[in-house]
Each structure stands twice: as structure tokens, then as C-alpha cells.
Design a protein around this ligand. Structure first.
Ligand SMILES: Nc1ncnc2c1ncn2[C@@H]1O[C@H](COP(=O)(O)OP(=O)(O)O)[C@@H](O)[C@H]1O
Ligand SMILES: [Mg+2]
Length: 341
């Protein structure tokens, strides 16, 4: 990609803290207007990456470009692209309007009261909290507080909004609602969103592209579907979605088969035609997940693996019990041969 199209670019960026390489030789290009997530376990270098993009940390080596301009070594306040970190904690004693306008009121010259009022109304409208300006933050639900925090960041009209684990503190239901809200919001405002998370569901559901990190390195960057269907190695396949690994055709390789690609039936004969693998299996465990049933099964030949049986198929196949001897199989195109590392 050319520099002009990317709003942020890392070229061979490394950041060391003493002996720790928090970020190691990363190349990444963030496109203007996209929703990009950095996904990886705790300690893999996500926050450090964001802080270097914003200019709060400087790389030990490598270069950072913003809209094609080399800004390596330039501190945050002198950078040519307005990047805002979303901060989640609100001031509890301030009204929603005062929380949202906090950044504007710190500016010099300070905008007029009318200007501030208008900007607050616009920002609250963006997060669908019109009319909430006079409330105190403790009078709001968790989801509303999250939206106020977003409005407080958006009022600065950033080119890039940096979100570091924004939904981590929310319960599962609210997190799911906020995932949809964030995605809609990003489409509406057209601001580049850069979100950091250790939660794969969050990254996959919201993002245009996901960058998977491990131990300071970027393993793979791609659309959620690319990562899911074409992971480059075992780590990415394992981190993005659930999968089964079997012995591969040669050393250092494994075979990955997603559990939803595996068919089950009462016997090998009753499996559908055209499957490349067909084995008798014993049901070890069964978890009802609503739209799916997750089975853990064991085969003499392949060992233990997981199968996701959709509710719909249960009408044909029935529900199997723990201890049942049944059969499992999959089509050749469900197989991915991947390097171990
Ligand atoms: N200011 C710092 N001083 C020393 N080590 C740090 C500092 N910031 C981060 N690290 C280390 O760098 C690694 C990556 O940290 P971080 O970027 O915060 O990871 P993540 O956000 O993915 O959890 C960790 O090993 C962490 O302990
Ligand atoms: Mg972090």
C-alpha cells in the first residue's frame, strides 16, 4: 500500500523496555477510515503499539509515519494527525455535558459557551444520548457511561480514535450491545478506529481488519474472514475461533479442522456422501449452547476433538448422549494444513 493511503504506518518498529521486547519488528499500515483491531493475549505489546502510534512512546528502532510523514521521535502534542485515546473513567461529580466538554474547555483560547453547548449536543447525538447533558455520570447505566466516554473523545473530532480494551469492564450482554454500537458509530462518523483487545469475538465482530499479535510480533493481518478461513499458522488458527488440530502430513505441520465443519451421524454409513474423513467416535461430553450443541468426541485413530452441531441438523440426526458410539467426518475442503509456528 502506498503511504498516501495509510493514516498510520509502522516500518520495522521495535520497542524495548530493558530486556523486554514489547514490540518486535512490526510492519503495519492503518488505512484511513477503517476499523482495525489489534488482537492478542495480555502482554503481547498491544498497548505499547497504540502508545507509539499516538506519540506517547517512541520506538527503540524503526519508523512511524502519519499520512506519509515520518513522525518518528515527534511527541504526541506535535503530531499532524489528531489522535484521541478514549478514557473510560468519567468524573463522577461532573454532569454529562461537563464530562463531554472537558477537552474543549481546556483549550486556549477557550471556545464560547454557545460553541461548547453546540459541540456537546452534537457529540451526545452521535452516541444517541440527546438530552442527557444535565445528568450526573453516576445516574447512568454502564452502557450509557461508555457512550459518554465515547462522546468525550469524539468531541475533539479526531482523525483516529484509539480504544484500548474499551469493553473489558462490561458484562457479556452489554459488551455485545456495545460491539454493535461501536461498529455503527464508526460507520456513521467515518473516523479511523484503532481498537486493542484480547477478546477474539470482539475483534472479529467489529473490525474491517484484525492484526493478530504474539510476543511483540504481528503474526497476521487480514479481514476477520481471512484470518478465520486462512490462518497462516497454528497460533492464529487457535486464537481466532475454535479449532481442532490433528497430526499433519509431515513434521512441523498440523491439520486444522473447524468444529462447525464436522458432520456427525449415528453411524459411519449414515454420514453424508463425499466426505474425505469418516471415523467412528464415542461421545465424551455434550454442551447445549442454544443454537449449537458442542460435542467432545474421541476416535481411536484421531484422538479427541470437538464438533459443533447446529440446532437445525438435530432434526435429522437427533441428539446424542454421553457414551454413545456415533460417527464423524468432514469434507476435504474443511482441512487446513498449517505450520506449527
Ligand atoms: N513502561 C514499561 N516499562 C517496562 N515494561 C513495559 C512497559 N510497558 C509495557 N511493558 C512490557 O511490555 C510488554 C508489552 O506490554 P503491553 O504493550 O502493555 O501489552 P498488552 O497491552 O498487549 O497487554 C509486557 O511485557 C509489559 O510488561
Ligand atoms: Mg494493554
Amino acid at each position: 500500500m502506498s503511504e498516501a493511503q495509510s493514516v498510520i504506518e509502522f516500518r520495522n518498529v521495535t520497542k524495548r523496555f530493558g530486556d523486554v521486547a514489547a514490540v518486535l519488528d512490526n510492519n503495519l499500515s492503518v488505512r484511513a477510515g477503517e476499523f482495525l483491531s489489534i488482537l492478542g493475549p495480555s502482554g503481547c505489546g498491544k498497548t505499547t503499539s497504540l502508545r507509539m502510534m499516538a506519540g506517547f512512546e517512541q520506538p527503540t528502532s524503526g519508523e512511524v509515519f502519519l499520512r506519509g510523514q515520518n513522525v518518528t521521535g515527534v511527541p504526541a502534542y506535535r503530531r499532524p494527525v489528531n489522535m484521541v485515546f478514549q478514557h473510560y473513567a468519567l468524573f463522577p461529580h461532573l454532569s454529562v455535558a461537563d464530562n463531554v466538554s472537558y477537552g474543549l474547555r481546556q483549550r486556549s483560547p477557550k471556545p464560547s459557551r454557545v460553541e461548547i453547548g453546540k459541540a456537546v449536543d452534537e457529540a451526545l447525538a452521535m452516541v444517541r444520548l440527546e438530552g442527557y447533558g444535565k445528568r450526573r455520570s453516576y445516574e447512568l447505566s454502564g452502557g450509557q457511561q461508555q457512550r459518554v466516554a465515547l462522546a468525550r473523545a469524539l468531541i475533539n473530532r479526531p482523525a483516529v480514535l484509539l480504544l484500548d480494551e474499551p469493553l473489558a469492564a462490561l458484562d457479556a450482554k452489554l459488551r455485545h450491545d456495545m460491539q454493535i454500537e461501536l461498529q455503527n458509530l464508526q460507520r456513521d462518523v467515518g473516523i479511523t478506529f484503532l481498537l486493542v483487545t484480547h477478546d477474539q469475538e470482539e475483534a472479529l465482530s467489529m473490525s474491517d481488519r484484525v492484526c493478530v499479535m504474539r510476543d511483540g510480533r504481528i503474526e497476521q493481518t487480514g479481514s476477520p474472514r481471512d484470518l478465520y478461513d486462512r490462518p497462516i499458522n497454528r497460533y492464529v488458527a487457535d486464537f481466532v475461533g475454535k479449532t481442532n488440530f490433528f497430526a499433519g502430513p509431515s513434521r512441523g505441520e498440523i491439520l486444522s479442522v473447524r468444529p462447525e465443519m464436522i458432520e456427525i451421524a449415528a453411524s459411519v454409513k449414515q454420514l453424508p456422501e463425499g466426505l474425505s474423513a469418516r471415523v467412528p467416535v464415542k461421545v465424551l461430553n455434550r454442551i447445549f449452547l442454544g443454537e449449537h450443541t458442542e460435542y467432545r468426541v474421541a476416535s481411536d485413530k484421531l484422538g479427541e476433538f470437538m464438533v459443533m452441531a447446529p440446532r437445525k441438523s438435530e432434526r435429522l440426526t437427533g441428539v446424542y448422549d454421553i457414551g454413545d458410539m456415533i460417527a464423524a467426518g468432514w469434507r476435504a475442503d474443511a482441512e487446513r494444513i498449517l505450520p506449527e509456528n
